[in-house]
Design a protein around this ligand. Structure first.
Ligand code: HEM
Ligand SMILES: *[C@@H]1O[C@H](CO)[C@@H](O)[C@H](O)[C@H]1NC(C)=O
Ligand SMILES: *[C@@H]1O[C@H](CO)[C@@H](O)[C@H](O)[C@H]1NC(C)=O
Ligand SMILES: *[C@@H]1O[C@H](CO)[C@@H](O)[C@H](O)[C@H]1NC(C)=O
Ligand SMILES: *[C@@H]1O[C@H](CO)[C@@H](O)[C@H](O)[C@H]1NC(C)=O
Ligand SMILES: *[C@@H]1O[C@H](CO)[C@@H](O)[C@H](O)[C@H]1NC(C)=O
Ligand SMILES: *[C@@H]1O[C@H](CO)[C@@H](O)[C@H](O)[C@H]1NC(C)=O
Ligand SMILES: *[C@@H]1O[C@H](CO)[C@@H](O)[C@H](O)[C@H]1NC(C)=O
Ligand SMILES: *[C@@H]1O[C@H](CO)[C@@H](O)[C@H](O)[C@H]1NC(C)=O
Ligand SMILES: *[C@@H]1O[C@H](CO)[C@@H](O)[C@H](O)[C@H]1NC(C)=O
Length: 531
């Protein structure tokens, strides 16, 4: 993708509109949140692991006979990660601490759902989307795509460096312990009833881990012996409440054979069934209550963590924008997404680019695909800056360069309310970068625009620390002793690197502001260096 000012340098936007493209973190979170199925620039989308809702990837079955579902795993993982929160001292919360063996080993976290989920969390996490954000999003996407309401999503959760204190409620505890536990987590008794019902509209209790609650079932359609909370256990709906109120529930935490562990019975009945009755009477009330409570649940984070505003989709969003210098040509790759639109052969879309000479050029875009979100409630259409057939860029004159983009959709100008979509062409990857045989992995060449006040150029090496958090390390590219001209407008800065497994973005400081490219590079993608 492209050149984005690093977060924190955007202070002048803070008082204006909340989200202006480009913003590296928001662009990445927005994509994972809203580009759920169909066409996507993301290599891994979360809904792949949720849809169809009966999917359980860990036994390889779709339309599963295991009795389990990924959707249920995501939601339980999110709750157990969050439930360590202490609202008095601000410790714990949704911070991915559940990945630590110290937490997983606790009786309160028995079950295989957490490690299952984390395999996927690791795959979608990147430098802008933390593991905790991925957990929150995975569970939200599960609810939204399996019959549930739309849930407000904020990003910016920070991954814990160590396990939190214990504190997840367990079924044998008394009602007053549960009330106290939810109060510590930040929820009233009524909210506790709601949150448990919202969670327990999915999944159930497994015999393997809870033999004192569930017996062997001998059901070929439920090979993992899961006694479900309601009869629609892969769907968000108020059946959990209607079956409870009508007395037809088979939930193992309501009518289980051991009264001690019938915690949902005690919780649901704790206000004489008033809350559960209201849910049973109104699917809409259940959905809206769950949307509110679930948003609060995933926003429960350790004090000091600053979440973003609620992320709403950009109506017109450039994506995978990238500049590459190829000899005497500046290549501009990219796509644009038109939110909440469907395929329309009559629609005309063009990209307009503004250059350093106050010049303007435009090109008609070609249709690329359709994506879908929120269980099909929203679709979006995508257009490429140039050809449909391959990833063909626009070919720009390097001397003129590019300062910003806008789009014209059916004759209407789309330019972020006059701001335009800013493009940084002060530095970019050069096609002359190449790979050697060992021991030197390769040479990275970066083209720097002549006359730009670029004070530092560096690689942003992306790696994981000892507790799997993504860390970005800056590796300076030295300013060449003698300028090396790439063409009349750009010079090359180069560096050899020995670490062939390195994956990185390119960063630069221009007029004191840090910018990053957003496409992740590695030497494996470079052609061999000429002999
Ligand atoms: C007093 C509070 C709670 C207790 C005692 C409790 C207890 C349990 C137990 C014993 C299981 C079975 C787990 C297994 O067999 O692997 C379970 C499953 C589940 N819980 Fe809870 N829970 C509580 C609150 C919540 C909340 C607040 C949520 C989410 C908002 C939630 C979401 C789930 C989900 C989705 C499952 C199904 C997991 C699956 O089928 O893989 N629970 N719960
Ligand atoms: C929550 O934090 C407060 C203040 O540090 C402490 O007094 C209390 O014991 C904590 N609660 C739990 C359940 O650990
Ligand atoms: C298992 O599910 C299939 C398909 O829903 C159904 O036809 C069959 O009767 C079920 N078997 C049992 C033992 O419930
Ligand atoms: C009921 O559950 C409690 C708590 O897990 C356990 O101590 C007790 O042995 C169980 N009783 C039976 C009959 O399984
Ligand atoms: C709640 O409703 C259930 C199902 O109708 C019933 O068995 C239970 O006694 C009720 N509890 C209270 C406290 O009213
Ligand atoms: C999405 O598009 C439909 C059809 O054009 C429109 O009715 C609806 O209001 C739009 N929704 C949003 C949230 O913009
Ligand atoms: C989005 O596309 C899907 C699949 O083509 C379709 O079922 C759905 O109705 C569309 N939604 C809207 C709002 O157009
Ligand atoms: C689009 O790509 C074609 C090559 O496939 C190229 O000839 C054309 O100049 C490109 N369009 C623009 C506006 O750069
Ligand atoms: C980079 O490595 C190549 C191949 O080993 C070598 O020829 C070249 O001099 C090196 N360049 C620098 C700047 O170290
Ligand atoms: C270049 O940027 C640096 C850092 O903001 C600044 O201190 C310096 O004055 C700038 N130089 C010019 C020539 O603008």
């Amino acid at each position: 993708m492209f050149f984005l000012p690093a977060l924190g340098t955007l202070t002048f936007f803070a008082t204006a509109s909340a989200y202006v493209w480009p913003s590296p973190q928001l662009d990445a979170l927005e994509a994972l949140r809203f580009d759920q199925t169909g066409f996507s620039v993301l290599s891994t989308t979360l809904s792949t692991f949720v849809k169809p809702c009966a999917l359980f990837v860990f036994d390889g079955s779709v339309g599963t006979t295991s009795g389990r579902s990924n959707a249920a795993d995501w939601i339980r993982t999110a709750y157990h990660d969050m439930a360590t929160h202490n609202s008095t001292d601000g410790t714990g919360g949704l911070d991915a601490s559940i990945r630590f063996p110290a937490e997983l080993a606790r009786a309160e976290n028995i079950g295989s759902g957490f490690t299952n989920t984390f395999g996927i969390v690791f795959a979608v996490t990147n430098r802008y989307v933390s593991m905790a954000d991925s957990i929150a999003l995975g569970s939200l996407i599960a609810i939204e795509n399996c019959g549930g309401p739309e849930i407000a999503f904020r990003g910016g959760r920070v991954d814990a460096g160590e396990a939190n204190a214990p504190g997840v409620p367990t079924p044998e505890q008394a009602l007053n312990s549960h009330v106290a536990s939810f109060a510590r987590q930040g929820f009233t008794q009524t909210e506790m009833i709601g949150l448990v019902a919202c969670g327990h509209t999915f999944g159930g209790v497994q015999h393997n881990f809870f033999p004192n609650i569930v017996n062997v079932l001998n059901d070929p359609n439920d090979t993992e012996d899961v006694a479900h909370f309601d009869s629609t256990f892969v769907t968000f709906d108020n059946t959990v409440a209607t079956e409870y109120i009508s007395g037809t529930t088979k939930s193992p935490l309501v009518v289980g054979f051991n009264a001690t562990t019938n915690s949902d019975s005690r919780i649901f009945g704790s206000d004489n069934n008033a809350t559960m009755r209201s849910f049973a009477n109104s699917p809409d009330l259940f959905a809206s209550t769950c949307a509110d409570l679930y948003a609060r649940m995933i926003d429960t984070v350790p004090s000091g963590v600053q979440l973003t505003d609620v992320i709403t989709p950009l109506p017109v969003k450039p994506a995978a924008v990238k500049l590459v210098l190829d000899g005497n040509t500046l290549q501009l790759f990219g796509l644009v997404r038109l939110w909440n639109t469907t395929t329309d052969p009559a629609r005309t879309v063009s990209v307009v680019w503004h250059d350093h000479n106050q010049g303007t050029r435009s090109n008609a875009l070609s249709f690329a695909g359709v994506s879908s979100s929120t269980g099909g409630k929203y679709n979006a259409t995508w257009y490429r800056f140039n050809s449909t057939f391959s990833n063909t860029p626009l070919f720009l004159d390097p001397a003129a360069g590019v300062t910003s983009l806008s789009f014209v959709v059916n004759g209407q100008l789309e330019d972020q309310g006059g701001l335009g979509f800013a493009i940084q062409d002060g530095f970019m990857f050069s096609e002359t970068s190449c790979s050697f045989g060992l021991p030197v992995a390769g040479r990275i060449d970066v083209a720097v625009r002549n006359g730009v006040n670029l004070t530092r150029l560096y690689l942003e090496a992306i790696s994981r620390d000892s507790v799997q958090r993504i860390v970005v390390t800056e590796i300076d590219i030295p300013r060449p002793a003698q300028p090396v001209a790439a063409n009349s407008a750009y010079s090359l800065w180069s560096m050899n690197l020995t670490d062939q497994s390195l994956s990185f973005n390119i960063g630069a400081e221009i007029d004191g502001v840090k910018y990053s490219t957003t496409d992740e590079l590695s030497f494996t993608s470079f052609p061999p260096c000429p002999e």
